[in-house]
Design a protein around this ligand. Sequence first.
Ligand SMILES: [Zn+2]
Length: 209
Amino acid sequence: MTTSEESYYYPNRMGRIFLIAMNDIIGVHGVNATLNLAGVPDLVNNYPPNNLKLGFKFEHLAAIQETMDDVFGSRGGRVLALRTGRETFKYALKDFMPVLGIADLSFRPLHLGIKLKIGLGVFAETFNKFTDQIVRLDEEESRHLWIIERCPVCWQRETTDPCCHLAVGLLKESLNWVSNGREFRVEEIECIATGNSACVIAIYKQPIF
Ligand SMILES: [Zn+2]
């Protein structure tokens, strides 16, 4: 990883949720080993406090993801990051939904396409409002594009393949929630770590099931 003078942040609460979710997936020893290897030993048994202060650095999140790929291999790291992303959303739902005003979205009698649109809009707004991550949405006939212009997951990384699996997992689970249990095909088609100008995640409008 290269160094930069600038630092960008997630709120402490998001860092905390992410580490708790990671704990659920790889266990406390796995998390501690990863944090040590990632060069953030200060976080071992010392997760960020549960507040919205911008205190969880993008470079730390990226270093943790990179370490997961190093330790488990790119395939294993990908699977674990996807699962961690999904688990992270479950906690985020409890902590952030009350603030967002869409807690009942999945129960509203709306067309699935409209729910997706509302959900994605609110999720993007949440990142833009509470974090230094920058997200915008675009739409094609068959898919939505979730375009991350400043991405914490691959921050300052260089990879041969798109590597923001955590973001993909988070989106998959959020869409599952919005749609009351449907699964969508979600894939990262461009990634800053591979040299693109943004991380672009394609969300296919037609659910898989
Ligand atoms: Zn990225």
